[in-house]
Design a protein around this ligand. Structure first.
Ligand code: C2E
Ligand code: MG
Ligand code: MG
Ligand code: MG
Length: 283
């Protein structure tokens, strides 16, 4: 009797489960094709030096225009890539494109080009045995200089993963900087600063959007800044959407700002135009 009940329950849930598994498999297939056809694009969002108002850096963000489903968020396709071994080629494609784009921007814009480009990396990507060797070869072949590259990691990626932590120490030894993304949202933000050779923390958008109305969120940002200064880390506020938020972040002493107030993520051509114009305004 219990068996029959169990079986009934199983059948009740099975169709939706089967559909989800099917959807993921389909997405994985499409992603494999998109990579083979070179359809993954990279866009760049400016980071502004809050003290000078000048372009400081850009963050590379992956984009996938699916032929039937339209634009798919990286929040949806990065996990599929991670679960299927496709994150290696995808991540490498983003890294490569971003480094070459920095070379091109330097040629076009000279000292108005961003000083650094940061690229998000995920756990499965860092766990590839040849990640550090390939990264160092990429730096050599583009000649951008390791200090011009920053990798963005989240604490959940590195937490309790000795393998990943040691890869990140090797990356840091190459001279590539590490930025701790979405800071404050996880369970181990503080211990992460000890476990990893971090150079920068990015205060999560959820704190920035609440900071004007919520004493708690503002106090958390203040504490993060004080800690970062004592540890000689740079600070970034992500998701700045209003002038009021920008003014508060500058007043509190955040080094760099990123968000729709300054610019949405831009393709390479748009970024070049934006950087050229922006430099003209701030000179
Ligand atoms: P993230 O690294 O925290 O990137 C910031 C996200 O916030 C981006 O979303 C960006 O478009 C968005 N954003 C920027 N300014 C604002 C703002 O003012 N308001 C709001 N509401 N949003 C803003 P996106 O491009 O959809 O990327 C989402 C996440 O996907 C990224 O979060 C990152 O974790 C991941 N991701 C994106 N590209 C890659 C990649 O190449 N590799 C890996 N491993 N992960 C990636
Ligand atoms: Mg990021
Ligand atoms: Mg972030
Ligand atoms: Mg975020």
């Amino acid at each position: 009797e219990a068996k029959r009940q169990g079986r009934g329950r199983y059948e009740l849930f099975e169709p939706s489960l089967r559909k989800r598994v099917h959807d993921d498999a389909e997405l994985e297939n499409d992603l494999r094709q998109a990579l083979a056809r070179d359809e993954i694009r990279v866009v760049y969002q400016p980071l502004i030096d809050l003290a000078t108002g000048r372009l400081a850096s850009v963050e590379a963000l992956a984009r996938w225009h699916h032929p039937k489903r339209g634009l798919i968020s990286p929040l949806a396709f990065i996990p599929v890539a991670e679960g299927s071994g496709l994150i290696g080629p995808l991540g490498e494609r983003v890294l490569r494109t971003a480094c070459h784009e920095l070379v091109r921007l330097r040629q076009m814009l000279g000292d108005r080009a961003p000083q650094t480009v940061s690229v998000n990396v995920s756990r499965a990507q860092l766990r590839q045995t040849d990640f550090v060797a390939r990264l160092s070869e990429l730096l050599r072949s583009t000649g951008i200089g390791p200090e011009a590259l920053m990798l963005e990691v989240t604490e959940s990626l590195a937490a309790q993963d000795e393998g990943v932590q040691s890869v990140l120490r090797e990356v840091s030894a190459l001279g590539v900087a590490l930025s701790l993304d979405d800071f404050g949202t996880g369970y181990s933000s503080l211990s992460c600063l000890h476990a990893l050779p971090v150079n920068q923390v990015k205060v999560d958008r959820s704190f920035v959007s609440e900071a004007l109305d919520s004493n708690y969120h503002r106090v958390m940002i203040e504490a993060t800044i004080r800690m970062a200064k004592a540890l000689h880390l740079q600070t970034v506020a992500e998701g700045i959407e209003t002038l009021e938020q920008a003014a508060l972040m500058q007043y509190l002493g955040i080094n760099k700002g990123q968000g729709y107030l300054y610019s949405h993520p831009l393709n390479a051509g748009e970024l070049e135009a934006w950087a050229g114009q922006q430099a003209a305004h701030t000179r």
